[in-house]
Design a protein around this ligand. Structure first.
Ligand SMILES: Nc1nc2c(c(=O)[nH]1)N[C@H]1C(S)=C(S)[C@@H](COP(=O)(O)OP(=O)(O)OC[C@H]3O[C@@H](n4cnc5c(N)ncnc54)[C@H](O)[C@@H]3O)O[C@H]1N2
Ligand code: MOO
Length: 400
């Protein structure tokens, strides 16, 4: 029987990032870059105003000036005539000849001159060149690596790609994952009839997943020691079983195999235990890192944190346990910290033990009890940005 870290090492040693493909940047959401992205152009590409105001020559100083023209974002302005200023919008290009911007608040309208041009009194003294101007390349320099290979693409990254003109990007292909639920008793939630779960059906489903080019096949149930647990023997016939038992609770029968495919990477098969909690826990611990690796994640492992127990937890003397818990930022006798609350009864048929769980607490294999207040390590399986948080978490003193 292998340990969980050995099992994860075995899986991540065999599973490789899938090949790269080129996609439109808008289709890259949720994907992982296969190559660095460099900025073709600087941002901003021209000297741009930071404010709504007036483009001026800093040496002209305070005084009344005619407004020669208006320069808005998206326009190419003419040069600024001597002795004049130009209205400029935020993000607008600084006209040639101007070297600073004075915001509207530091000016006063003074009517019109005899040519009908607006007159504006500039109040600001001691203006330095570059005042309220975004210099060329101050956000992004031309040639700068804006996104590295391995970067996951979220909303901000889509914007970064758009802004730099990287309209086609190389990302890793997404894995094609086949899912097969076995068991005569397993049925669609709304169905009344039972599905056939015989050996031949399981064998046919394996072949279909392979023929359809699946990168991974997740099988649930039928993987332990019983007379009708066909999954392991079938996998032994079809390919190579790398492990078939893992020292863990829940999820001991977890099985990992690969099935060769002509001229390419094998199809990886995960035999997940049928007990619903065992299936979900093993999915998180082993399958998720594997699917992340296929998608190109640089660090596909689950994140480990420390949390303080808010109740006693009985240890198992035979298997290390992944105790499901809800982690929340809470105030205790040690101050604010991540506190883990057990989800209750941990029997592997009780899916309620996964309800709202965002942590798998790593409970060592030994006799006795881990007492309330103990700090334990935990693997993050949920979004900590959604953890329950009390109302009385104070902002930084002085922060409104
Ligand atoms: N003699 C032994 N028996 C068992 C062992 C063992 O080491 N020796 N291991 C136990 C452990 S641990 C687990 S976990 C289970 C896993 O069994 P299987 O993977 O073979 O799963 P099944 O027997 O097919 O089903 C177990 C249980 O889960 C229910 N189930 C199955 N699929 C679903 C589904 N899609 N949705 C909801 N529930 C499902 C199924 O009805 C059974 O009640 O084996 C122990 N036995
Ligand atoms: O290991 Mo099984 O997953 O306890 O029921």
């Amino acid at each position: 029987m292998v340990s969980v870290p050995e099992a994860v090492r075995t899986v991540l040693g065999l599973v490789k990032p899938l090949e790269a493909e080129e996609v439109d940047f808008e289709a890259a959401l949720g994907r992982v870059l296969a190559a660095d992205v460099q900025a073709d152009e600087p941002i901003p590409a021209y000297r741009a105003s930071i404010k709504d105001g007036y483009a001026v020559r800093s040496t002209d100083g305070p005084g009344v000036y005619p407004v020669a023209f208006e320069a808005f974002a998206g326009q190419a302005p003419e040069a600024l005539p001597e002795g004049c200023i130009a209205y400029i919008g935020t993000g607008g290009p600084l006209p040639e000849g101007a070297d600073a911007v004075v915001q509207i608040e530091d000016s006063i309208e003074q009517g019109q001159d005899e040519q009908g041009r607006r007159l504006v009194k500039i109040l600001l003294e001691g203006l330095k060149p570059g005042h309220d101007v975004r210099e060329i390349g101050s956000d992004v320099q031309a040639g700068e690596r804006i996104l590295p290979a391995g970067q996951r693409i979220g909303a901000a990254e889509i914007g970064i790609l758009a802004g730099s003109g990287a309209v086609r990007v190389r990302v890793h292909r997404r894995p094609l994952v086949a899912v097969l639920s076995t068991g005569d008793e397993v049925r669609e939630p709304a169905a009344r009839s039972l599905s056939p779960g015989q050996e031949a059906a399981t064998r046919a489903a394996f072949a279909r997943a392979k023929d359809e080019g699946s990168d991974a096949l997740l099988v649930t149930g039928g993987v332990s020691m019983g007379q009708r647990d066909y999954v392991k023997p079938l996998l032994e016939q079809a390919g190579t079983v790398h492990f078939g038992k893992v020292l863990m609770k829940p999820g001991k029968p977890l099985t990992f195999a690969d099935v060769a495919r002509p001229g390419g990477a094998p199809m990886f098969v995960f035999g997940l235990p049928g007990n619903p909690v065992s299936g979900l826990v093993t999915f998180n611990l082993v399958v998720r890192p594997a699917l992340r690796r296929m998608q190109g994640w640089a660090d596909p492992s689950l994140r480990r944190v420390h949390a303080r127990l808010d109740c006693d937890i009985k240890q198992d003397p035979v298997r290390p346990e992944y105790h499901r818990a809800v982690g929340a930022w809470r105030r205790g006798e040690h101050g604010w910290e991540l506190v883990a609350s057990s989800t209750g009864g941990q029997v592997s048929s009780r899916l309620l033990s996964m309800r709202s769980a965002n942590l798998l607490l790593e409970i060592p294999k030994r006799k006795g009890v881990l007492v309330k207040g103990t700090i334990v390590s935990a693997l993050v399986i949920g979004d900590l940005g959604e953890m329950p948080v009390p109302d009385d978490v104070e902002p930084t003193p002085g922060f409104a």
